[in-house]
Structures are given as C-alpha cells and as structure tokens.
Write a protein that binds this ligand. Structure first.
Ligand SMILES: [Zn+2]
Length: 445
C-alpha cells in the first residue's frame, strides 16, 4: 500500500510539471456529464483555456495549437465536491486531542487532502477544523489537494457538540485559553457563550479567512457530554451568528440532527442544515419552503451501528442508534419533498476509516438514482459553495459544472457512472484529474 501511494505521488508530480500551461487543452472523444441537466453529451469535446472551461460541444471544436487529450470514450465530469469534509481531522479524535501537535496534524492533513484529490475530489467544503493553513499551502502549490472552502473552527456552546475538551482540560473563560484543551486552543472548534462571544467568534473566523460559518445548534453523536436531543444556542445567539456572517456576504451552516435544532436554525436564517437525520415531515416541508440546502450522510448512520469505527464509546453508540433509526425516513422524506440535497460524507479519523468513505455512494444508491447522486455531488454542491458570496475564495467561475466560464475542474472516469455509481468508489477508475486547468493525475496511455 505504501509503495503504491509513493508511486501514485510520483505520477501526480510528473504529470503536473510536464504540462505547458499556456496551450489550450482539448478533450476529445468523451461523454460529457452535464450536471445542470443530468444529461450525457455523447462523443463531446471540451476546450480548456487557462484555468477555465472555454467551450463544450457535441461537434468537433476547431482550435489552433491545442494539446489534445483523447478521452477514449470515458466520461468527463466535473471534479467531485465533498460537501461535508474535515481535512484537518485526519486521525481518531482522542489521538489528535491527546498526543498530536499542530505540525503533525498539518502533515496528516496534507496526506488526507492528496488522497481526496487522487480519488477525483477537486473541492472540499470543510465543516470544522483549522483548515486555513492547509488550504493556503495547496493553493500555493506547496502540496497537492483539492480547493478547500474552509469554515475554520466550528463554533459551539460550552458542553455543546463542539466542546471536545478532555475531562481534565479547563474552560477558556474560567481557567484561561491556554488550559482549554487542544480542540479549542488549536481552533478546530471554538467555545463561545452568549451573544457577544458568538459575534466575536464569527468575526474571528471571518478574519482568519472563513468562507462560511459552522455553528452547533444541537446535540451530536461524536461529542461526550451533550444529549442528542439537546437544543444548543439560544435564538439570540444563533441570529447573531447569522447576522455577522451575512454582513460579510456569506452564510451559516448548522450541525442540527433533530427537529428542534433544525427549526431553530431555520428561524435564525441558516442556509444549510448539516446532518438532519431525525426529522418529521413538517420539518422537511418547511426546509423545502425555505429552499435551504440539506446536507445529510448515509454511510455514517446506516452502516452497522455496533461496528462503526468512528463511534465506539458507549455514549456515542447510544446516540448513533437514534440517528440510525431516523436516517432512512429522513432520506425518504427529503426525496419526497425534493430538498436541495448535498453530497457529503463527514468522514474524519485515520486512514483505515478514510479508505471506506466512498461507501457513501453505495448507501445513497438505496435512495437515489446514479444521476441524482451525480447532480448532488456536482451541481448542488457547487451551488452551496457559491453561497459564500463575498467570502468565496474562488469567485471567478462556477464549480460543479462543465460549462463555458466555469473553472476547469474536470475528471475523466473509466466507465459510465450514470449507469453504475459504484464506479466512482475506486480510485483506479479516476484516470485524469484536472484542477484549475492543470492536469495533476493522468493515467491514460
Ligand atoms: Zn462534520
């Protein structure tokens, strides 16, 4: 496995450095997945100039001096977007919090980012973790990986879902920030209580470079001291967060599993509901009426509860059982009411857990057609990224679509994922990865 990864890395480096970035690139002989319609353009051609898609055509494109990539009948689709990721959380939480300093975490995050990239994910919407540094390093070309829309620390109340202090840690207000534990001190999560503190925490994340804000509106499975049913944050605190984000032209997403936290989020003006796996129908109807994004996960709750490696502590097992019971109904209701569905995995933890994250495709396959999943992972996820508005780190074009004026984030897939979505579960089927007009991976002959 190590040897394979090393070889893959060498391949990626060579491909990227060999490219003449001035010449246009013409993809020929490809079936183009048009994510806005869900249609396939058979035998299409796509022209890339610089870092943007210039033209998409069903007929040959005449262009001088282009570097031609013959796709050999493969599927050309937008680079995939992870809608709910945690690039910095690349080890088990307890290991991270007890034994790792920020430098080790950064090295592990770089490896995680590259693994996403090789798997065909050219953008990650990061929903919690101090991802500003890894994002900068990737954007500067220091290390390879996807674009990152970084929310920074997820913001939560004392003893809420974002409170990952160990039992012997102090509290940032009562004992001083230096004693408040790794999660808080390293800014993977941020404890903020009261309207003024929440405003300051949101402003602090915006200062660091957040493209969106993530707050915790209710209990979660991973955390140790909050019941799943707990309402977290008062209406005033939540409205303050939304107000501060909107003043800077961006939006708030909330961790909200149950009806109470989803309703409170909607009341406050939140635009993206993360998880939302235990829902009644009237909640789903209100989400549809308000046209918010719904960002659930299928693999995390629907795999075998007792064997789930991410949640082995007894309190986590109890909470996971509740979420698992609700998830199937939540997916069915979301489909019935046509919610704007995102595709995200919420994967965190070490390499063995990450190796399984694309099981999300197989579990969603129980509810959605392959084309519906492809739209979720491209056009829908691209639409939520655009909500970052004035804080969008990549504001010059659309992501998640293959169209003139969109960023040239493109993958070539061996096979037709509109017929079998599981093709996307194998890194070997992702034959080419282009980001921002640069080919980083190319295993075509
Ligand atoms: Zn998450």
């Amino acid at each position: 496995m190590k040897a394979f990864l090393f070889a893959a890395t060498a391949l990626l480096c060579t491909a990227a450095s060999a490219q003449d970035t001035d010449a246009p690139i013409l993809f020929t002989n490809v079936n183009v997945f048009a994510s806005s319609s869900g249609q396939i353009i058979e035998g299409g051609e796509v022209l890339v100039r610089g870092n943007m898609v210039s033209e998409v055509s069903e007929t040959p494109i005449a262009v001088d001096g282009a570097e031609v990539i013959d796709g050999g009948g493969r599927t050309l689709m937008p680079g995939m977007i992870e809608g709910h990721g945690h690039v910095m959380l690349a080890s088990e939480p307890a290991t991270m919090l007890l034994t790792q300093d920020a430098f080790e975490q950064g090295a592990r995050a770089a490896a995680r980012a590259q693994a996403y990239f090789e798997a065909g994910f050219t953008t990650v919407r990061d929903m919690g973790g101090n991802c500003f540094g890894i994002k900068k390093a990737i954007d500067a070309g220091v290390t390879m990986g996807p674009r990152i829309y970084c929310g920074g620390a997820s913001i939560g109340q004392t003893s809420g879902h974002g409170d990952f202090r160990m039992p012997t840690d102090g509290h940032p207000r009562f004992d001083g920030p230096e004693f408040s534990g790794n999660a808080n001190r390293q800014r993977h999560t941020l404890i903020a209580d009261g309207v003024d503190d929440v405003r300051a925490a949101v402003r602090e994340m915006l200062f660091r470079g957040a493209s969106h804000i993530k707050i915790h509106a209710g209990g979660g499975v991973t955390s140790f001291t909050d019941p799943l049913q707990a309402a977290q944050y008062t209406p005033g605190e939540m409205k303050a967060a939304v107000e501060e984000a909107e003043r800077y032209g961006t939006y708030v997403a909330t961790h909200a599993q149950l009806n109470n936290s989803v309703w409170a989020s909607l009341d406050a003006g939140v635009k993206s509901i993360e998880h939302g796996l235990v829902l009644e129908e009237d909640t789903v109807i209100r989400m549809a009426e308000l046209d918010v994004f719904y960002s659930p996960q299928a693999y995390l709750p629907l795999q075998d509860v007792s064997g789930n490696p991410q949640f082995q502590a007894p309190i986590q097992q109890g909470k996971l059982a509740l979420v698992s019971e609700g998830a199937r109904t939540a997916f069915e209701l979301a489909k019935k009411h046509n919610l704007k569905m995102l595709w995200g995995t919420d994967v965190f933890g070490g390499a063995s857990i990450f190796a399984q994250f694309r099981q999300e495709f197989a579990f969603r396959d129980m509810f959605f057609t392959p084309t519906e999943q492809l739209i979720q992972i491209s056009a829908n996820n691209g639409a939520v990224l655009a909500l970052s508005g004035l804080k969008n780190p990549y504001p010059d074009g659309a992501l998640g679509v293959i169209a003139s004026g969109a960023y040239a984030d493109i993958i070539l897939v061996d096979g037709d994922p509109t017929q079998d979505i599981r093709i996307l579960m194998e890194t070997d089927n992702i034959d080419l990865v282009m980001k921002n007009g640069v080919v980083y991976k190319n295993t075509l002959d």
